[in-house]
Structures are given as C-alpha cells and as structure tokens.
Design a protein around this ligand. Structure first.
Ligand SMILES: Cc1cc2nc3c(=O)[nH]c(=O)nc-3n(C[C@H](O)[C@H](O)[C@H](O)COP(=O)(O)OP(=O)(O)OC[C@H]3O[C@@H](n4cnc5c(N)ncnc54)[C@H](O)[C@@H]3O)c2cc1C
Length: 494
C-alpha cells in the first residue's frame, strides 16, 4: 500500500473484484492460477457471500434431513425418521459456520488473494473506493476476523491495472403491498430461529417452493399464494404439477392463480433475521382472507448494482445488464443478470478468470463452446433436475423437435427409490441432427440424474450414440433407456 498526498491508502492490483461471494472468489482464483496476476476482493458483509450463509448452503442443510425422513416413511421395512427441530437448526448453523466467515477469509488469503473488508464503489475508470468494514445484518452481526493489512477500516482506494469485476450478487424484489408488513425475505427463511405456527409464502418459484418444503418440515402450517397457474413457471408443465401434489401431500395449502390485494399487519416490527416479525398478518385475496403469523415474500431477485458507483463511469444498472460496458468492467454471477445460480456464475468466472490468466502468461486461451446449457436442481421433495431447453422453448427457438416423457416408476431403479414413487422424466431432441436440446427429471434424487444430460448436450451426442451409453441395472439411470427407446420410435415414425 502507498499513502498519496490526500491521505487515502491506495493499492494497485491487476484485478479488483467487488463482492466476495462464490463467483468473485472463483474469478480471482482462476485469474491467479499459474500466473503472476494479482487480485483483491472487496467484501462488504461476509466472505462466502449470500450462497454460503443465506441461500444455497443453509437451505440444503435444512432440506436434506427432511427429504431423508420423508423417504424413510415410504420405504417398507424402515422405522420412519423423526425430525428434531433444534438438531436440524443446529445442523444449519454448523453448515453456515455460525455466520462466521473466518474460514472463507483464510481461504482467500491462503489463495494469495488480498481480502479487503468494506463496501466498494467505483469512483472512476478502474478505480474503486472502499469504505468502512461492512454492516451488521439483523441479529447476525459479522463475526469474521478482521486483522492486519488490507482489511483495515477507513477509506481505501484500489486501482485495477487490468479489470474490475462486479460480483455483487442480487437482492430480493418486494412488491408494494408487502413492503410495510415487515415480511420475511429468503435470509429470514434460511436463518430461521423462531418457527411461525402459520406461514404465508408469496410466490411459486424456486425459493418459495424450497422454503415451503423446509418450513413445513419444521412444523409450520404453510399456505402458498401463487399468482400464476402453476408452480415453477418456465419448466415443463408436468414439473409444477408433481411439485404441487407433493407439497399438498405434506400439508402445504397451495393456492394457484391467487394474489393478495391487501396486506395488513398492525403490529409488525423488525425483531431480527429469522425471528417472527411482530404480530399476525392478514392477506385479502379474491377467494377470502388468509391469516398468518409470518409472511415470506419470495417474488424474485434483481442484480445488486444500485450502490456501486456506476454513475462515476457514466453507466446505469440497465447498461450493465444489457452488456453496455467498457472492456475493463465485467459484471458476473447474479450481478450480471444471467441465470442466478451459483454454479452458473462460477462457470462464467472460471472462463473469464482462466482467460485473464492465459492472456497474462501468453498461454493459448481455451476455446469456449457457444450455447452452453444451464443446468439447475431444485431441492424440493421430489427434486427437479433440468438442463437446456424445454419443449416450448426449443420450438420458440425454431427447432423441429421430438420429445419423450416417461414416469419414474418406468424403470426398476427409479421405482426402488421409494414405495410411493412419483415423478416424470422427459427429453427434447432436435429432429434435424438427433442431438439432445434439453432434459427434465422430477422425482427422487432427480438432481443426480441431470448431469448425464448436461454432458450429452455439451458434447452434442446424437440419440443413436446415446443408446450405447449403458445404464447400470437397477439404477434410476435406466430412465435414460425408457426415454431413448420411446424417442427412437418417434424419430423412426417421422
Ligand atoms: C434461498 C436461496 C437458495 C438458493 N439455492 C441455490 C442452490 O441450491 N444452488 C444454486 O446454484 N443457487 C442457489 N441460489 C442462488 C445463489 O445463492 C446465487 O446464484 C449465488 O449466491 C450468486 O453468487 P454471487 O457470488 O454472484 O453473489 P453472492 O453470493 O450474493 O455474493 C455477493 C457478495 O457481494 C457482496 N457485495 C455486494 N455489494 C458489495 C459492494 N458494493 N462492496 C463489497 N461487497 C459487496 C455481498 O456482501 C456478497 O457477499 C439460491 C438463492 C437463494 C436466495
């Protein structure tokens, strides 16, 4: 660090990353790997990001025991597993390292990246100013280590020789009728310490469906108010039906095509993250009122670009998400507006970071295929695993498609997973070249089935070759046999 005349500590790096979530960390790691590239990550809350403390990790830590307990109740010969609420919350706390980011901070330092605590903001071309040490959030004040070097408080200025990466994540969007009701957001749901007796969930997307699943498992009576006509919009139509049926079987009241027109909560108050936010709430819908002790609004997220000084370099948030940006500025992960998924952001980070390292060292830059499909697993019970295009999306994109859909019970390995197995699988293939465009699995352990489809799509493997990829008997992968048999018949008929 140097100390210029105006008294502000200043340091120069090849790459400055705003945001120490999984995407920012991956970018810095790949940019520095086998190169002399230097990188700093500026983090305003906790190294590890939303994913580690309030999103992927705590939600899956809560959902897995719930899914195993439910499965054990539907396997002849088993004593059904019973969930212990306090133990389940303790498991979640362990997985989020008790909201202490020391381990992540140490990883950053150990990787040779300079960690900088504080809120970062662009103040000019390739220049970032960092203020303070990040704020406390509700009841979980940051407890990570702050020690010597670049992690000191006060104002610091960082200059990037090469690139500034915006990896600031996303923030929830709360529609107007709910704003004054002190609703829960996804942070409250993942960090839950006080389980409301009656929980109303607004939304029918991934966060809403997963949160309804774990909150019901924790003992809340959950009512979902879903504006659309089905859950998990944008997927194959059978997905929403299977997930809605399973939520209903767990006691969740799923109300489709339902919107709250009025929300009242006279005694709402900010009691801290994961605690019930005051008195009861009343939601008025066309079909009557819903009374609840807490309200979770899960109606979507937007890139967190509002307070990062874009105006200092003549840009707006819309410019950034539309790709209008100078060559030194790279939006990435949730902040970049692509699929808001950890693995997708990390993939983009590996490509960009690897490219920076290759250019810096003169190594050849590996070619990147176009049209890489986005996989996603939704950890409802049963799970959804999906990759690439749905039938409708493929047709909209101009493909002449062949499809096949089979029940999970159609393969012995699928049916063995639980006695009351439900779920379906489907694939979408381009008739012109017989190559897979998309696949959807909704059923037990579906998340483990989807990677085969991802490989087939990226490798552009045609159906006639895929038929020689032999699945083991009796594994759920035999669903591939059923899918491909039916599809080959359909292709022959054409
Ligand atoms: C409930 C829930 C469950 C989810 N489950 C999954 C899942 O199972 N699988 C999956 O793939 N995805 C899941 N997601 C999505 C996933 O959390 C995000 O895609 C992922 O966190 C994005 O990573 P990121 O690094 O882009 O951003 P983040 O993880 O949000 O990290 C961004 C970081 O930037 C910091 N920051 C922001 N602005 C500044 C600034 N100006 N200065 C300094 N620091 C700043 C923030 O403090 C934060 O630490 C889930 C999301 C939610 C809400």
């Amino acid at each position: 660090m140097t100390m210029p005349a105006e008294g502000i500590e200043t340091a120069e790096f090849d790459v400055i990353v705003l945001g120490g979530g999984p995407v920012g960390e991956n970018l810095a790691q790949y940019a520095m790997e086998d190169s002399d590239v230097t990188a700093a990550i500026v983090e305003g809350e906790r190294f590890g990001g939303e994913c580690s403390y309030w999103a992927c990790i705590p939600s899956k830590a809560l959902l897995r025991p719930a899914a195993v307990a439910d499965t054990s109740a539907h396997l002849q010969g088993m004593d059904p597993g019973r969930l212990e609420r306090d133990d389940l919350l303790a498991r979640r706390d362990a997985w989020v390292s008790h909201y202490d980011d020391s381990g992540q901070y140490d990883w950053v330092e150990g990787a040779g990246i300079t960690p900088v605590r504080g809120h970062g903001r662009l103040v000019g071309e390739r220049e970032v100013e960092v203020e303070g040490e990040g704020g406390a959030l509700g009841s979980h004040a940051p407890r990570g280590r702050r020690d010597e070097g670049a992690s000191k408080g006060g104002t610091r200025r960082l200059r990037a020789r090469r690139a500034v990466v915006i990896a600031t994540g996303s923030e929830p969007v709360v529609p107007p009728p709910y704003r004054d009701a002190h609703p829960w957001g996804s942070r409250d749901a993942t960090a839950v310490t006080e389980v409301p007796d009656r929980l109303a969930v607004i939304g029918g997307g991934v966060v809403a469906c997963e949160a309804a699943t774990w909150m019901a498992a924790l003992g809340a009576h959950v009512t979902m108010l879903v504006r659309g006509s089905g859950l998990l919009a944008g997927q194959e139509p059978f997905v929403g039906e299977v997930v809605a049926d399973s939520l209903r079987a767990k006691g969740v009241d799923v109300r489709l095509s339902t919107e709250a027109t009025e929300v009242t909560r006279p005694a709402g108050e900010d009691t801290g993250v994961g605690r019930v936010h005051g008195g009861p709430v009343t939601l008025t819908t066309a079909g009557g009122t819903v009374e609840a002790d807490e309200l979770l609004v899960a109606t979507g997220r937007r890139p967190r670009l509002g307070d990062i000084g874009l105006e200092a370099v003549g840009l707006s948030p819309e410019d950034v998400t539309a790709g209008r940006r100078p060559e030194w500025l790279h939006p990435l992960g949730d902040a970049g507006g692509e699929a808001p998924l950890t693995h997708w952001g990390k993939y983009r980070a590996r490509v960009l970071g690897g490219g920076i390292a290759a250019e810096e060292t003169g190594r050849p830059v590996e070619p990147v295929p176009t049209d890489v499909p986005v996989p996603q697993v939704v950890f409802t019970d049963p799970q959804l695993g999906t990759v690439g295009l749905t039938e409708q999306a493929a047709r909209d994109a101009g493909h002449d498609v062949a499809t096949n859909e089979v029940p999970f019970s159609g393969a012995a390995g699928g049916a063995l997973l639980r006695d009351d197995v439900t779920g379906r699988a489907s694939i979408v293939v381009d008739r012109a070249d017989g190559v897979l465009l998309g696949a959807t699995f909704v059923g037990p352990e579906a998340g483990e089935l989807v990677h085969g489809a991802t490989i087939a799509i990226v490798g552009t493997v045609p159906v006639h070759l895929l038929r020689h990829a032999v699945p083991s008997f009796p594994s759920a992968s035999e669903l591939w046999l059923r899918l491909l048999e039916g599809l080959s018949k359909e292709l022959r008929r054409a």
